[in-house]
Design a protein around this ligand. Structure first.
Ligand code: ARG
Length: 466
């Protein structure tokens, strides 16, 4: 099969060189976008009077047939099909004959590939967005279910203050909310059509680019053909977005790995999302979460890779740009899995509130105790110091902070009164934090409702999620 660009050449491409440069093995996944783009272009060519309406019709029907072959898994890649664009045009010409050669008039693979990736990515983004929102919904449902479960809030991985389990879980819902905003924002810059930029100088045939954009469902068209063919910023943004989402998911994963370990046992992951060991019969490993944590590496790696590819690239199209695809494809596949698995793990995990309660250290009430003293007039700094001494005493006595006798408290300050024991419960301590965004029951209810609203939870049909 002769090359699209074979006219100028008398020698043949080395086999190793073909293997090296062919992108069909991965860009074949752009077939639908490529054909959709070509159908629109065939219409635009007729509209500009470059080809007749009959020719355009023939091209469109031929392209439809190529699409059917792909959809039915009947398309055969042949030697010489170096990329998806070449493959589609080669097959089109086999089907419709000579007129197939008119499709590419005024078009370059440079504006074609740039258009294809954007078209393809737009639909992938819509899918990823729905997976992200579904993960939020799983968070909302679990948070609602366990709203009364107390939980140790950690700083430095040391028990710090009692919070609600839901408060901890919802914190990830807000991370995902920001991720959703970022995705919506970057989507605007994906939704720009470069077709009609040609190789880089533009289109000489009076092609109606706005018509093309309308046909293809793009919001807008690129303003500079040189930028149009080489802009890959939106892929950098997409990979940055994915990296941030992965960071969030990996932190959730790490928490769940810790919380499901023997030492904690706060939560149990469903069997469906855990695996066993080939040698240790007792093991139940949180592989789902470990893989989510681990896959962060490849997503961040893809971002670094593309940044490096683009750095210092001379103006407009260079073959280096072909390297944009595999890492983006891999990232879309990875994110699609990690978002769905995260959603499922959250949906199916169970919380061992009894064990959590037993493991909550009474010293987490120390801040409450200091607040108690300052409410009775002692400056907080002094109260902090006094309570530090009480904590030391309780540890010496080997007794929980909230059950040492009143007389012992009073050795440190006569502001301690009979009501002190009532103050010192995890629920009381948590519920005092009713500031907006705090861990008090009402405050958590409010943030739950707020997240429900922004995540469009009401559109969520509970029945088909289990
Ligand atoms: N396979 C190429 C890519 O992915 C298509 C564009 C090729 N353009 C060219 N002038 N060689 O970037």
């Amino acid at each position: 099969m002769s090359k699209l660009w074979g006219g100028r050449f008398s020698g043949v491409t080395d086999t190793l060189m073909s293997q090296f440069q062919d992108s069909i093995y991965f860009d074949v996944r752009l077939w639908q976008a490529d054909i959709t783009g070509s159908i629109a272009y065939a219409k635009a060519l007729a509209k500009a009077g470059v080809i007749s309406d009959e020719e355009s019709e023939t091209l469109q029907q031929g392209l439809q047939q190529v699409a059917t072959e792909f959809a039915d898994d009947q398309f055969q890649i042949k030697l010489g099909d170096e990329d998806i664009h070449t493959a589609v045009e080669r097959r089109l010409t086999e089907i419709v004959g000579e007129v197939g050669g008119k499709l590419h008039t005024g078009r370059s693979r440079n504006d074609q590939v740039a258009t294809d990736i954007r078209l393809w990515l737009k639909s992938e983004i819509a899918q990823l967005r729905s997976y992200l929102v579904e993960a939020q919904w799983a968070i909302i449902s679990k948070a609602d279910e366990y709203i009364d479960v107390m939980f140790p809030g950690y700083t430095h991985l040391q028990q710090a203050q009692p919070v609600r389990f839901s408060h901890w879980l919802l914190s990830f819902g807000w991370m995902l909310e920001r991720d959703k905003e970022r995705l919506d924002d970057l989507s605007k810059r994906v939704d720009v059509m470069p077709l009609g930029s040609g190789a880089m100088a533009g289109n000489p045939l009076g092609i109606d680019r706005l018509f093309l954009a309308d046909e293809l469902g793009f919001a807008t068209i690129s303003a500079n053909s040189m930028d149009g063919v080489s802009d890959r910023d939106y892929l950098i943004e997409f990979l940055s977005w994915a990296s941030i989402v992965q960071l969030h998911l990996s932190r959730l994963a790490e928490d769940l790995i810790i919380y499901s370990s023997q030492e904690f046992k706060y939560v149990e992951l469903a069997d469906a999302y855990s695996t066993g060991s080939s040698i240790m019969p007792q093991k139940k490993n949180p592989d789902s979460m470990e893989l989510i944590r681990g896959k962060t590496g490849r997503v961040v790696g893809s971002l670094m890779g593309l940044l490096t590819t683009l750095k210092g690239l001379p103006s407009t199209y260079n073959k280096d740009l072909q390297e944009d695809k595999e890492s983006v494809f891999d990232t879309v596949d990875t994110m699609s899995m990690t978002l769905q698995i995260s959603r499922a793990v959250i949906q199916t995990l169970t919380v061992n509130d009894g064990i959590i309660y037993d493991k909550m250290d009474s010293t987490m009430l120390a801040t409450e105790l200091a607040n108690y003293l300052s409410a009775k007039g002692m400056p907080f700094r002094e109260a902090h110091h006094v309570v530090g001494q009480v904590v030391q005493k309780a540890m010496g006595l080997g007794q929980p902070l909230n059950s040492i006798p009143l007389a012992v408290y009073q050795q440190f300050s006569d502001l301690f009164e009979r009501d002190v024991h009532k103050v010192l419960t995890f629920h009381r301590a948590a519920d005092r934090h009713e500031s907006h965004g705090g861990t008090g029951k009402q405050a958590v209810r409010n943030q739950l409702e707020a997240l429900r609203t922004v995540s469009e939870f009401d559109e969520f049909d509970n029945t088909d999620q289990e």
